[in-house]
Design a binder for this molecule. Structure first.
Ligand code: NAP
Length: 307
């Protein structure tokens, strides 16, 4: 039976590999790409050459209005039968800034807007349209552990605080620094895991949600906001890191994401999948009070703006 799989973050990095693998691995899937600018439309046209339908809905995940419009279009097309039943969502898009002072058009801190709020609005608005069995995957990061074993000191540890503050700029000390930007990133991925735990309790039976950690993937566009020196290290030196167990090539990270999205790696709802196997996320990431508080805050922040 044909079905719809919606994906963000397919236009570059390992998401670009994953979208090809999903298309090849699931011939019944009608892929819908949510991407900004012309990149999504061009990619959809390219992928459609296989003869399988791929649709693009231009979406800027920084803007909750744009995210809402994309969700509304998806709902309308699902409800009229223009798209087959919804069985998958791959929230792979993510951003890393070199500061904690970049604001989204709605006045939210940009990392939090894309890595947390956009995913929440999409899943929340689409939650009644998923048909069991469905799998929702959000790409998170080992950065949420905040320890040397998982990050080799490359990323600052998360620094949790009231989610209403995390959603705004200047939540962390010295907000104009790379360290503050990295802290915002690792904290946003911890927040995404909290959301996954809360959704796992709220979604209907058979509609599963899991976290996917690709490992460290050098050479993607994630550090494109960084200065020239950092980008040089990222492009030329970091690829050597793929030789260490902490790192994944873009090819492997994309294949693993596709495998998770297609349900080839079994794991219960709410799980954390590290590349190809289910493991525990950080001890800090299991916290019912924070999960509830984050849920209430993102509901208050997003849905009025997105509506
Ligand atoms: N690279 C790593 O080491 C690593 C490690 C752990 C987790 N991750 C996570 O893996 C995911 C993919 O990252 P990547 O490394 O492949 O980075 P990437 O090459 O920068 O890809 C990021 C993707 O997100 C999309 N995106 C970003 N902001 C957007 C917006 N406002 N609207 C629409 N789309 C937007 C990008 O689209 P555009 O082409 O329009 O920019 C791109 O397709 C992210 O969630 C990242 O946090 C990466």
């Amino acid at each position: 039976m044909t079905h719809t799989i919606v994906m963000t973050g397919a236009t570059r990095g390992f998401g670009r590999v994953a979208v090809e693998r999903i298309r090849e691995g699931d011939p019944e899937a009608h892929l819908v790409l949510l991407a900004r600018g012309a990149a999504g439309t061009e990619l959809a046209a390219h992928l459609s050459q296989s003869g399988r339908p791929v649709t693009s809905i231009p979406t800027d995940l920084l803007s909750l209005g744009s995210v809402r419009a994309a969700a509304d279009e998806l709902i309308q097309r699902l409800d009229t039968g223009d798209l087959p039943p919804l069985r998958g969502f791959v929230g792979n898009a993510g951003l890393l800034y070199t500061n904690n002072v970049t604001e989204s058009p709605d006045g939210f801190e940009a990392t939090f807007a894309v890595n947390v709020l956009a995913n929440h609005v999409l899943i929340r608005l689409l939650q009644d349209r998923f048909k069991a069995p469905s799998r929702i995957v959000l790409t998170v990061s080992d950065a949420h552990f905040g320890d040397f074993r998982h990050n080799a000191g490359m990323m600052p540890a998360p620094s949790w605080q009231d989610p209403a503050s995390l959603a705004r700029i200047r939540a962390f000390p010295k907000p104009n620094t790379v360290t503050a930007g990295g802290t915002a990133y690792s904290t946003s991925k911890l927040a995404a895991i909290y959301l996954i735990h809360e959704y796992a309790r709220r979604l209907p039976q058979g509609v599963d949600i899991v976290a996917y950690n690709p490992g460290f993937v050098p050479g993607t566009g994630l550090s494109r906001e960084a200065g020239a020196a950092v980008r040089f290290v990222g492009r030329r030196i970091m690829p050597l890191m793929t030789l260490t167990p902490m790192a994944s090539s873009q090819k492997n990270a994309g294949q693993h994401l596709a495998d998770v999205a297609l349900g080839r790696i079994p794991a219960p709802s709410g799980s954390y999948i590290d590349r190809t196997r289910e493991v525990s996320s950080s001890k800090e990431s299991y916290d019912l009070d924070r999960e509830r508080q984050l849920w209430e805050t993102v509901e208050d922040l997003c849905l009025p703006i997105a509506s």
